[in-house]
Design a protein around this ligand. Structure first.
Ligand SMILES: Cc1ncc(COP(=O)(O)O)c(C=O)c1O
Length: 350
């Protein structure tokens, strides 16, 4: 069987998860309430230290509902250039909410208050109204990096002072919590709204949640319906997310250890180099992003060769590849990947 490192979203629900899904009490969550969805919403709001949360089908929807919630038509939001909201969500903030992005190039996913301060528009009739800042933790395109916590706290204080809202795309916030040793509550505290995905490292088949104040989440429920995200007997899906939260959270450390092991091997190979490593560690979480010397071909060519050897992955740019470790990736799997890469990079060593 292929070793699938394309994403942590490729996991299959296990027999026990499927059993829990089949047995979940359900109701019509649009007409009134689905009890299992309600339980998940309460549980995740509590874990994130927020008043309320709302279940949605995807991380894209939670992010886009958050933009709609915080901004009016003609407003803009500040974000990091490589973030998912700006890069991978089809500019839905523009097409669906009439909001424009103002992306800034960060360092390893981080923005600074100085950058934000310089980008914030003046309050006059010529300018779009800057209304929102979006951060991403961990930062996917930066290679699953933890954000610099001092920067986050400074940005949050600045947003409060400037009367700007602050949203976190926490699709991989569970990874950030396990890797940093900070609680989910601490990581969520500086933000007005936080989105998390159960369908990534935790291995649920579907689902995300947006958490925030009771008033914001009541409004988000209206937007979710307009975006087509009102789901009826969704307790079947929420049950999988509850199972994942309970049984899969602590094991994320294994994914991080496998990613770190693989990154160490890759970094030693001729022609391959981990992108932008931290001085004390090559990778922070479950994403291994590496740059390829042109003598080994393009990223697409190397990915095709890896596929021939049973290793699936995505080229991340013309010259880089991303590996993501997850529930179905074991230590022997990453050892095999390292061995394949050793073989493919050896011509350069000769
Ligand atoms: C950082 C980040 N945010 C949001 C999303 C969107 O999640 P979904 O695929 O559930 O829409 C992803 C998906 O990979 C992601 O990596």
């Amino acid at each position: 069987m292929a070793i699938d490192l394309r994403s942590d979203t490729v996991t299959q629900p296990c027999a026990e998860m499927r059993r829990v899904m089949a047995a979940a009490p359900v109701g019509d969550d649009v007409i009134d309430v689905d009890p299992t969805v309600a339980e998940l919403q309460e549980r995740i709001a509590d874990r994130l230290g927020k008043e309320a949360a709302i279940f949605m089908p995807s991380g894209t929807m939670t992010n886009q509902v958050a933009v709609r919630l915080h901004c009016q038509r003609g407003d803009e939001f500040l974000c990091e250039y490589g973030c998912h909201i700006f890069t991978y969500e089809q500019a839905a903030f523009a097409s669906m909410s009439g909001v424009s992005p103002h992306p800034l190039v960060g360092r390893a996913g981080n923005l600074t208050v100085e950058q934000l301060q310089a980008a914030r528009r003046p309050d006059n009739e010529h300018a779009a109204r800057t209304r929102l800042v979006c951060l991403e933790h961990t930062h996917n395109r930066a290679g699953g990096k933890l954000l610099d916590w001092e920067h986050v706290l400074k940005i949050a204080a600045w947003c409060r002072e400037q009367d700007l809202r602050l949203h976190l795309d926490g699709a991989r916030l569970f990874n950030a919590a396990v890797a940093s040793g900070r609680s989910l509550r601490d990581l969520a505290e500086p933000f007005d709204t936080v989105s998390v995905c159960f369908s990534k490292g935790l291995g649920a088949p579907v689902g995300s949640a947006l958490a925030g104040s009771r008033a914001d989440i009541a409004q988000a429920r209206r937007h979710r319906k307009a975006f087509g995200g009102g789901m009826r007997q969704a307790g079947i899906l929420a049950a999988a997310a509850l199972f994942a939260l309970e049984h899969r959270y602590d094991r994320l450390a294994e994914d991080h250890a496998n990613a770190a092991w693989l990154a160490t091997e890759i970094h030693q190979l001729p022609g391959l180099r981990i992108v932008d490593p931290h001085p004390e560690r090559l990778v922070d979480t479950n994403i291994v992003l590496f740059e390829i010397d042109p003598s080994l071909g393009t990223a697409a060519e190397l990915a095709a060769k890896l596929a021939d050897h049973g290793v699936r992955c995505f080229p991340f740019s013309a010259t880089s590849i991303r590996f993501v470790t997850h529930l179905h990736i074991s230590r022997p799997d990453v050892e095999q990947v390292a061995q394949v890469l050793r073989g493919l990079s050896s011509p350069i060593a000769r």
